[in-house]
Structure formats: C-alpha cells, structure tokens
Design a protein around this ligand. Structure first.
Ligand SMILES: [Zn+2]
Length: 261
C-alpha cells in the first residue's frame, strides 16, 4: 500500500473529498493543490494512488470544517478513466469508513488504520477490509440483435445489458446464465469473459461477459425490469452512458455484429 511518503501540507496533490457517492469538484475539476491552500486537514487524508505521477488523496468530507460543493461520482464518468478509477476508489474507502464503524466480531468501535487502509477494532484489534460485492454484467447476442433491458430506476428510459449479484457457491458463468434466465427467460451459451470495472455505487466489482442466445422467448421479470427485448443494432434505444462497462459491452457487441457481415 502507498503511504504518505513525500507528501506534506504544501505539496500539491489531487484531492478526493467524498461523502456517500458524492465527490468535491472545483470548476468541474478534481482539485489539485496543497492541503494548506485548500484548507483541508492533511493529517486525516490518505494517499490512495498516483495520477500522472502526482499523489491522489482520499479525505472524508465529514473531516472538513468548511462547506464544499459535492457532485455525484456518476457525473464524472466522462473524466479520464485512470482518474475516474482513483475517484471511485476514494468513494469506496469513504463507504468503508461509513459502514464499518463498528466491529462485526465484537461490536467494538472501529477506527481507520492508515497503514492498512482498513478499519480496525479498538477492542479486539481485528482488521476489517473494505467489502467488495461481485456482480456480473453480460451482453447477449442473437444473430444481428442484442438483448437490452430497461430498469424502473433509470428515469431517462435508457436500456442496458443484464446485470446481477453473484450468489455464494456459484461460478461467474452460472451467475451469468441464471441472471439472464431470471430477468428475461432467455437461455444463453458460449459465455466468454470480457473485462471488469469497479463500480462505487456503493462498492461493487462489475465482471463483464458476452454470451450467445441459445433458446427461449423473452419474458421480462417485471419485479426487476420495466422492459426487455431484442434490438437491431440500427434501431437502438438510448443506452448506458460512456465510461461504463455496460456501454463498452454494447459497443463491442455492435462491432462484432458488423464484423460478421
Ligand atoms: Zn472487535
């Protein structure tokens, strides 16, 4: 783990000041300055990585005395992907410090261990590392069509690929097949790994796959979805935004369909 090392109060750094899924921006940019010039409590901050050779610091907004203007991390998806990953990391550490305030073993009060980037119980000394929730996300192809679903929680009516949480005792491939079947009634085969993206809402790891249609008729699970259907690639609805693995999966599938002609 990176430590504070050569950072000090007057050294410029990127500052990820977070609260929930929100992060502080100045004029639409992640602040880059020294803690002294920004009036931030240097001793509460931890270096969580480097961006373009400059330190990136995580600090909880609750530690800051003055008011800051926060925006949702979702509004930062267009940022450079390396910087967005570090901002997501800060949000996930913020989530850890919020949700692990008490020891799951003995109920004692936890404190942040700056060297381990984990919470530590003041009573039994157990270290509690951040929890990461594994999720699959999958683009399903049927000849020239892609399976997309609409969720009631997406207010703008966008469609996206199928996703869901891994269950205990399940392989990722089983999870892919189960989620697609449960949400849409479709059976898939030829499941291949695509790539991954940490997703800080609140602390998931999205593991992306592509798969092919095998059998079945679409029967959307209306307790989860407001719609699911096959779309021709030349008649797509509004889809997941740039910067998400969902969008990458959709674009990759469109490419693959085009290449097969
Ligand atoms: Zn304890």
């Amino acid at each position: 783990m990176l430590k504070k090392g050569d950072i000090n109060r007057t050294r410029a750094a990127y500052w990820c000041v977070v609260s929930g899924s929100d992060i502080w921006l100045q004029q639409g940019e992640l602040p880059f300055a020294s803690s002294d010039s920004l009036g931030l409590p240097y001793h509460s901050a931890i270096e969580i990585g480097r961006y373009q050779d400059e330190p990136v610091m995580w600090l909880n907004e609750s530690e800051v005395e003055h008011e800051l203007e926060l925006v949702s991390l979702r509004d930062c998806l267009s940022f450079d992907s390396q910087l967005f990953l570090l901002m997501s990391k800060a949000v996930q550490y913020g989530h850890m410090s919020q949700t692990l305030r008490f020891c799951p073993q003995c109920g004692g009060r936890n404190h942040l261990n700056h060297n381990q980037l984990a919470m530590q119980c003041g009573e039994c000394r157990t270290l509690h590392y951040p929890r990461i929730f594994p999720c699959i996300i999958v683009a399903v192809r049927k000849q020239n069509q892609i399976l997309l679903a609409q969720h009631p929680r997406h207010r703008n009516g966008m469609y996206t690929v199928i996703a869901g949480f891994l269950e205990v005792g399940e392989t990722l491939e089983q999870c892919v097949a189960r989620e697609v079947k449960e949400e849409t009634g479709i059976e898939v085969n030829n499941i291949r790994y695509f790539g991954s993206q940490p997703w800080a809402f609140p602390s998931s790891m999205m593991m992306g796959f592509v798969a092919d249609y095998q059998s079945g008729q679409i029967k959307p699970d209306y307790s989860e979805l407001s719609d699911a259907r096959w779309f021709n690639i030349d008649a797509l609805p509004p889809v997941a935004p740039q910067g998400t693995i969902a969008r990458q999966l959709i674009e990759y599938t469109i490419e693959q369909i085009k290449l097969s002609h």
